[in-house]
Design a protein around this ligand. Structure first.
Ligand SMILES: Cc1cc2nc3c(=O)[nH]c(=O)nc-3n(C[C@H](O)[C@H](O)[C@H](O)COP(=O)(O)OP(=O)(O)OC[C@H]3O[C@@H](n4cnc5c(N)ncnc54)[C@H](O)[C@@H]3O)c2cc1C
Length: 437
């Protein structure tokens, strides 16, 4: 473990399918402490890059600092599911945020895939984007009733979700494991590292600057401005945007204690034979399920099966992290026989207790968004853009698309290791019990 790296992932990119297939990112220099900017953004994942892009498009001077490289964090490691939803149903969001702000947030989240695929098209990002819909599979009869309700609620709000009885879901997915499901045609799939690199390229094209190997150690007042300090020198700015999500370190007191970091696995097989490959998700959709420990499935155009989720840990990348996911693949697709996994990697999600993201004004001129709880491609792009609007002076923090959160650290943060591991065991048990029901 390098002392310069947040949490405990090595400073290079993992040996992932994304790293093997994404086009190279733009040339990015290391930070040398000589740059100046109106706005400094910490973190070159979707949050930081979307904020920087919004600012750069408006001609504002913006500098993004990353301890590693663009897409190094969850943005380059995830499953690539572009989902038009938070982890909550629309009526729950309205209960949580109130009718008016809740409705605004639901509308914005529903438009998330338009935003992401729109940016991809506008900046001609090469990231295997495919807008062929997202299947959600119900792991029990009661989960299917919940999905039925979800479809009704979204249909009433004008979103074209469609319920799929068991046989239709089996035909669409290639597995008979589930009780049924639904299709949301708004969503789709991307190469997530390609998208992060595409955003980085767009920021630079629009006149923003990105520097890597710049591990921020401190943010402190410097007169009316903020001084952002790294191991290689510092930079002073009027406004600071923080987009470090699960990899947040100690540069702002308590920020990392607002969520629990949970490491989640990804597995990609060797190419399957043509017939087998065609038997899984033949319509090109991507699929996730209703389990608390959600399992994600996608097929790549080169015939590889990609599985994600189904387990988590607060600790390192061990064989035990991947074993339950490999077992899920065998249960879902017994027709495959023995599966040879060519790539395996993992990354940290930032889980909040209520699974809503957090949007903070940490101090006047310092904004942060994090805690996406595994739904970050659209949400981080949206909240990054919103922080960009805030940093550009277009809207105060309490008028952005999501209401600002009250800053609260988790009282049990010191127990995060055992807590995450306990939660994974507990929810795994509940998922299994409910599957039997
Ligand atoms: C395995 C996995 C699968 C997922 N699957 C999906 C999915 O299919 N769909 C979906 O919507 N979401 C998914 N997510 C969630 C999604 O990937 C994240 O919510 C999103 O990428 C967060 O983006 P971000 O920019 O906020 O943070 P990150 O992408 O994690 O970027 C944070 C950046 O901050 C930098 N950094 C940290 N500390 C410092 C510091 N002190 N100084 C400088 N730089 C620093 C890091 O180097 C990193 O590059 C998944 C997440 C994981 C881990």
């Amino acid at each position: 473990m390098s002392a310069a790296v947040p949490l405990d992932d090595p400073s290079g990119l993992p040996d992932s399918y994304w790293a093997a297939t994404a086009p190279r990112g733009p040339e990015i220099q290391a930070f040398d402490g000589s740059e100046k900017a109106e706005v400094v953004v910490i973190g070159a994942g979707y949050t930081g890059l979307a904020a920087a892009l919004h600012l750069a498009e408006r001609g504002r001077s913006v500098l993004v600092l990353d301890a590693n490289e663009p897409g190094w964090g969850a943005s380059g490691r995830n499953n690539g599911q572009v989902v038009a939803a938070l982890k909550h149903e629309p009526h729950e969001i309205e209960q949580h945020f109130g009718l008016e702000r809740g409705a605004e947030l639901i509308r914005t989240i529903g438009e998330g895939p338009d935003l992401v695929f729109g940016l991809i098209a506008r900046y001609r990002m090469d990231c295997a984007a495919r807008r062929s819909g997202i299947l959600t599979a119900a792991h029990s009869a009661s989960a299917l009733s919940d999905l039925e309700r979800r479809v009704e609620i979204w249909n009433r709000r004008g979103a074209p979700l469609k319920l799929l009885p068991r046989d239709d879901l089996e035909e669409a997915s290639g597995t008979g494991f589930y009780a049924g499901g639904c299709l949301d045609p708004r969503g789709g799939a991307i190469n997530p590292l390609g998208y992060a690199r595409g955003l980085a390229r767009a920021v630079i094209e629009q006149g923003g600057a990105i520097r890597q190997k710049a591990h921020v150690r401190s943010i402190r007042r410097a007169g009316s401005q903020w001084h952002v300090g790294t191991d290689r020198g510092g930079v002073t700015a009027e406004t600071v945007v923080v987009g470090t999500n699960a990899y947040t370190g100690t540069f702002w007191p308590g920020l990392r204690k607002t969520f629990l970091p949970s490491r989640t696995p990804q597995l990609v097989s060797q190419p399957l034979g043509d017939n087998l490959a065609r038997s899984i998700l033949p319509g090109g959709q991507i699929m996730s399920d209703t389990r608390y420990l959600t399992v994600g499935v996608r097929m790549h155009p080169d015939g590889r099966l990609h599985m994600g989720g189904g387990n988590g840990t607060s600790g390192g990348e061990t064989d035990a992290l991947f074993a339950p996911l490999a077992e899920q693949a065998r249960r879902l697709f017994p027709q495959l026989g023995e599966i040879h996994w060519q790539y395996r990697w993992s990354g940290f999600m930032a889980m909040t207790p209520d699974r809503y993201p957090r949007l903070f004004e940490l101090a006047p001129g310092v904004g942060a968004a994090l805690g996406y709880s595994g739904r970050g491609i659209c949400t981080a792009t949206i909240l990054g853009r919103e922080l960009g609007r805030w940093a550009a002076g277009e809207a105060p923090i309490d008028r952005l698309a999501m209401p600002a959160s009250t800053f609260r650290t988790l009282p049990y943060y010191a127990l995060r290791g055992p807590l995450v591991d306990w939660a994974v065991r507990y929810y795994g048990y509940r998922d299994r019990e409910r599957t039997k029901a």
